[in-house]
Write a protein of this length. Structure first.
Length: 287
């Protein structure tokens, strides 16, 4: 399994991915899920993958072998939408090559990608690309995407991330989201790759590989848990009935008794137990 997060903000982009790949509890490996395409001064793009590792690597290999017969590649795409379309086309090529053989072995063609960056003077853009090669783009309403084991780290993203969030705050939010996932799912693991891109720079300015020795991430892991417990303790306990507390859980005068099962009624005299008919498999039964 894996977990990857990316956010498109007014001030740039944030990408974060773990590196654990497993095929069972005793087959755990480390593979990087983030690939960066950089031509300083012209374009910066990042691609993160989840799903079947062999399929993900085949897609990356297809992108490395571009330009294709039409001369198209990520390096000459005129804008990010066209670049995302070319990534989707690479996914479809791999599908046509591998899907039938995978299906014969009972394996699904499973790959999901997050792709984003900036080309020239165009604004930063972010896409999620599916196994069919189609994709959607992040917008103002939802400025982030997740792939892989997303459910544990989603609540903090929903509460904090907005288009106007600063890059540093978004990176901190992504790391807290990752920490929540690491604590709840052993199929996601260190080290992490963190890329923070400043809009308009057209070059990689902030990149970090984070392992268990990273002091900032260790601080995040300890502080976030302590502050959660502190805030939890500060929230008042529920009030059941209190006339002076209009926000009590059950306002006074509105206490309802729970429904209880009726006692079994005594059957009338002479009313016997229902007859149970057993079928003898050795005898022919009437039609």
């Amino acid at each position: 399994m894996t977990y990857c997060i990316a956010a498109r903000l007014d001030s740039g982009l944030v990408f974060l991915s773990d590196s654990r790949t497993n095929a069972g509890v005793d087959q755990i490996s480390v593979f990087r899920k983030m690939t960066v395409f950089e031509l300083p001064g012209e374009r910066v793009m990042a691609l993160m993958t989840s799903g079947n590792l062999a399929v993900s690597q085949a897609v990356l290999n297809a992108l490395d072998r571009q330009p294709d017969e039409d001369g198209e590649s990520l390096w000459n795409a005129p804008d990010m939408f066209e670049a995302a379309r070319r990534v989707g086309a690479a996914v479809r090529r791999v599908y046509h090559q591998e899907a039938e053989a995978l299906r014969a072995q009972g394996v699904d063609f499973n790959v999901n990608l997050i792709f984003g960056g900036q080309i020239g003077a165009e604004r930063c853009r972010l896409f999620q690309i599916y196994s069919a090669g189609n994709f959607i783009e992040a917008g103002e309403e939802c400025p982030y995407f997740q792939i892989g084991e997303a459910k544990y780290g989603k609540p903090i993203l929903d509460r904090v991330l907005r288009p106007g969030t600063s890059l540093d705050e978004a990176a901190k939010c992504a790391l807290i989201s990752m920490d929540s996932t690491l604590r709840s799912n052993i199929s996601v693991g260190l080290p992490l790759d963190l890329l923070v891109y400043d809009a308009g720079s057209l070059r990689i300015t902030h990149f970090a590989c984070i392992d268990e020795r990273n002091e900032y991430f260790r601080m995040i892991r300890s502080t976030w848990g302590e502050r959660l417990r502190q805030v939890f303790a500060e929230i008042p306990d529920p009030l059941w009935t209190n006339p002076e507390a209009p926000d009590s859980l059950v306002p006074a005068g509105r206490v309802h008794q729970p429904r209880r099962a009726r006692p079994a009624e005594t059957p009338p005299e002479g009313y016997g137990a229902p007859q149970v008919l057993a079928q003898d498999p050795g005898k022919p039964q009437p039609n």
